[in-house]
Design a protein around this ligand. Structure first.
Ligand code: FAD
Length: 389
């Protein structure tokens, strides 16, 4: 009897589950390959809703894995601690027997940048950190100050959600750069107006050097009251690729070529936040589920191509919209070009909130659609300049 070959996917987030579903249901593979997904939790986490969980406007962002993952894929609950690319094995942090792979899809996502050393406060990058922040906000006395550090989309959405759900608190959003600089001028003005409208105090051009349980200290030494500090100032990659001796960029993201394969180990493909693809195909791509899902599907297509002895294709992925929730009653939707450059029109207010909610729901339905029919998910192509290179 011949042993079935195995494709292992590390990480069951937007990229990993999309890849696993495409592979597990592939008619071309016709069950010749087993698909195994490794993930620390038994549930799928809708990361894009974690600010809702933290603010208390949603009970949970967890979705039963069996409702999103293809039934032919096997979920192994655990955390990969090392890949041995020469032995084709994935090792676990709890010392259990390693898993052998013939092909590997690397998709362990990202984590929040750590707060400056010695600082207290909360993170908001995974289910556990969102659950820790929720009671901390609930326990604050009326008038207490919450500082959200980081004016990227996560910080903006978190500040707005907290301000709306906890009107008794003072919410301050501190950003080193101007907020929403990638939006059109009109959209940026609308963003600031909507944030102020729900009571968020905005501080732009300020860097927070540290925090303790009661204060934040700015880079010029100014000390401000802050009874709860939430650090959202950027994402970092998990250390798994680096710990495995694979080529990474300075942030620890796995380096892949334009087909999403590792140059040195072509049976390893990567997708999502944890991966850095060449600028020729990915300079416009930001860490987002709108990037992770196409990358996951494309990595799966290229694994299939390699198995079927076809040439893997270059990634081509672009954007259509940038959607920002500003609490449950307001949002902003900015149409963008494939390269993420803003178009002029934007939808704000309640209509913006409705569109954003629909987009969040569609994200799950695309993953579930791929579970029902492999190959059903399609995505906007990349910008022409990237395609021409
Ligand atoms: C509060 C918040 C709001 C956001 N809002 C938006 C938004 O509105 N729109 C948008 O596009 N993006 C948004 N993002 C970003 C988006 O969530 C990420 O870009 C997206 O989740 C990346 O998908 P991924 O599959 O690469 O990683 P993830 O979705 O993070 O999945 C990675 C999975 O791998 C698992 N994992 C990690 N390490 C290991 C390991 N060693 N072994 C096994 N498994 C491992 C993780 O537990 C996780 O389940 C938001 C993020 C946050 C935190």
């Amino acid at each position: 009897m011949t042993t079935r070959q195995r494709i292992v996917v590390i990480g069951a987030g937007y990229a990993g589950v999309m890849a696993a579903n495409r592979l597990a249901g592939s008619k071309e593979l016709a069950g010749r390959f087993g698909v195994t997904v490794i993930n620390p939790l038994a549930d799928f986490v809708e990361r894009i809703r974690l600010h809702q969980v933290a603010a208390g406007s949603r009970g949970s962002a967890s979705v039963p894995m069996e409702t999103v993952l293809h039934p032919a894929a096997t979920l192994v609950v655990g955390r990969a601690s090392r890949i041995d690319p020469r032995a084709h094995t994935v090792h676990f942090d709890d010392g259990r027997a390693p898993l052998h792979y013939d092909f590997l899809v690397y998709a362990p996502g990202s984590a929040g940048l750590p707060a400056p050393s010695g600082s207290g406060g909360y993170a908001l990058h995974d289910a556990q950190s969102a659950k820790r922040l929720k009671p901390a906000l609930e326990q604050l006395a009326p008038g207490a100050v919450v500082s959200v550090i980081g004016g990227g989309l996560t910080g903006i959405e978190a500040a707005a959600e907290i301000a709306e759900a906890h009107p008794r608190l003072t919410v301050r959003l501190v950003s080193r750069r101007q907020m929403g600089v990638d939006l059109s001028d009109g959209c940026r003005r609308a963003l600031l107006a909507q944030l102020r409208g729900i009571g968020v105090q905005i501080m732009e051009g300020e860097r927070v050097d540290r925090s303790d349980g009661q204060h934040i200290t700015l880079s010029d030494g100014t000390c401000l009251a802050s009874h709860c500090t939430v650090w959202t100032a950027g994402f970092t990659a998990p250390g798994l690729a680096r710990a495995s001796g694979l080529a990474t960029d300075a942030e620890g993201r796995l380096l892949v070529d334009s087909t999403l394969a590792c140059a040195e180990f072509p049976e390893i493909f990567g997708a999502g936040d944890a991966v850095r693809a060449p600028d020729a195909v990915a300079s416009h791509l930001r860490m987002s589920c709108a990037t992770a899902m196409p990358m996951g599907a494309h990595a799966a297509d290229n694994v299939i191509a390699r198995i079927r002895q076809r040439s893997p294709q270059e990634l081509s992925a672009g954007f259509m919209l940038r959607c920002i929730s500003l609490g449950r009653r307001s949002g902003l939707v900015q149409p963008v070009r494939a390269d993420d450059a803003p178009r002029r029109l934007a939808v704000g207010g309640r209509a913006g909130a409705l569109v954003k909610e629909q987009v969040c729901r569609m994200t799950l339905s695309w993953i579930r659609g791929e579970r029902r029919r492999s190959g059903s998910y399609s995505w906007p192509r990349g910008p022409r300049a990237a395609r021409a290179q």
